[in-house]
Design a binder for this molecule. Sequence first.
Ligand code: G
Ligand code: G
Ligand code: MN
Length: 568
Amino acid sequence: MTKVKDSIIASTMAKPEPTKPALSLKRKTFGLCLACSAWVGLLPWVFLESQRSDFGLFDLSIQAITGLLLIIPLASWLCSVLITGSIRTDLFALTQIAKSFSEGQYSHRFKSTGVAEIDQLSKSLNDMATLVDERDRYIRRTAYKDQLTGLHNRAYLIFTLRERISHAKEPLSLATWSIDNLENINEVLGYDFADQVLKTAAKKAQRIAKNSLVSARLEGNVFSILLPRSIFDRISKTIDLRRLLIGELKISGHFLDLECHAGIAHFPEHGENPESLLRRAEIARQIAKKTHNPMVVFEEAFEQRSTKRLALIGELKKAIVQNEFELYLQPKMSVRSGKVTQAEVLIRWRHPERGMIQPNAFIPLAEQTGLIKNITLWLFEQVYAITPDFNSGNVQLSVNISALDLEDNTLLKWVERKHKYQPQIAGNITIEVTESSTMRDPDQACELLQGFANMGFKIAIDDFGSGYSSLAYLKRFPVTELKIDRSLVQGIDIDSDARVILQSTIEMGHVMGLLVTAEGVETDAEYQLIHELGADFLQGYWLSKPLPMQTFKEAYLFEPYDHTTQPA
Ligand code: G
Ligand code: G
Ligand code: MN
């Protein structure tokens, strides 16, 4: 803004008007007239006086001059009062216009008054107003536009929403929609191509919602349309809005399927101000995305869900400090000996009001907010404390860590410090990571896992078979155990193909020198087959559900440790 101001000042100063004589024509003429009329008014008096007087012409002149001396100041005073009066009126009008400029109204122009000084000033003001007006329009044009697509932007959408809400009483509909496979398109076809996709999608949106009040791009892959409700109702009846959402785009000869999801919020039902309306349209869009619906209209229940989520995030932070987590343990049995020699530590949250919360309800939330890192540190603190007890009962423990724990070395550093004082613990703990959690940054994950392995920790790949599942990929990590996901285990007694897959997975694990655990064993039949196929360990409801720590201790702690299943 100061730049604009500076250039305005510069440009108005750059071309000075040629200076005019200080006394303007109007003022001079006015003065001359007054002087003349004073003389003309004096002439009859001079004449009469000369008729009846005995004085000579000299005396008469003295009288005339004395009279003049009296009249001239009087006339000048009268003259200046009149002139200042007219200047004051002009200046007042100028001030009024300058005030309207300061209020952002640049349309007024000051007209010529005939007074040079005033005209000069008003011309400068007029020039300045023209410049400010032009620049203002330019800024508004660019500040409210999305450069890539030429659509409006979020600021303009909010601006228009505010105007509409405060002036018109008409019902409105606000839709936000996103191209959710844009990241894929970026990766596979490149950024230029993805830009083309955005431009084409923007054009399509403008075409379909051509009677919209605003078509905007809010951010990267998120667009928005503001419509009068009547038009929205008509469009949504004729399914045009859906055409915008699901459909193909043809770009440089390629046909492309766009995965789009939209959220709708209506004014006034869903929000009384622009921000809440937009937020609710966004909540509806998120729900559409999660439920794989092309279009979802906001409902109060969605907000309760996200309010509950927010509340839970706040409570999760407190839970760490207030020690509301508990350890549950699920036994793992050596298939050959039938003895429970290992256990997986699984966390539970005993919420003071909501009761026991299962990890599936809060681990994803903790991962999204980064709180999982603190939870993992809490977990390691506990596991370090209980390991000696479990060791003396011949049970080794395994703990789960998250993808986020592999993103930096916070956990490694923490464990390294702990390791200095309790070096005997590491050899009795297995760290479970999923394959996908190593895939964000495999080099970094490899380095960190190597750090843990160097201290003596064992590393297990959890849920193997539920995702990418490449043993070749896993070879680079210092892995000692493969935990086969329950989806590969369950139903092997009925499905022979599944049995073949499980068998080859177990064999490949063994070929790579890994211990193999079958997860999720629930039935006797599954147990029999696991036994035949030669898995080393099994875990699942067939043996036991995860148990509170005390229950586990009472049931299993003093079983002897089984060495027979360690790989050669
Ligand atoms: O127990 P179950 O319902 O116990 O666990 C559900 C999911 O939560 C599983 O995928 C399990 O790996 C995960 N989980 C349980 N406890 C922990 C934990 O302490 N840390 C992490 N990162 N994940 C856990
Ligand atoms: O992802 P991970 O393997 O860490 O998760 C362990 C999860 O598996 C826990 O939620 C635990 O409750 C669950 N689980 C353990 N055994 C069984 C089983 O036999 N059947 C089913 N359905 N879930 C199991
Ligand atoms: Mn696990």
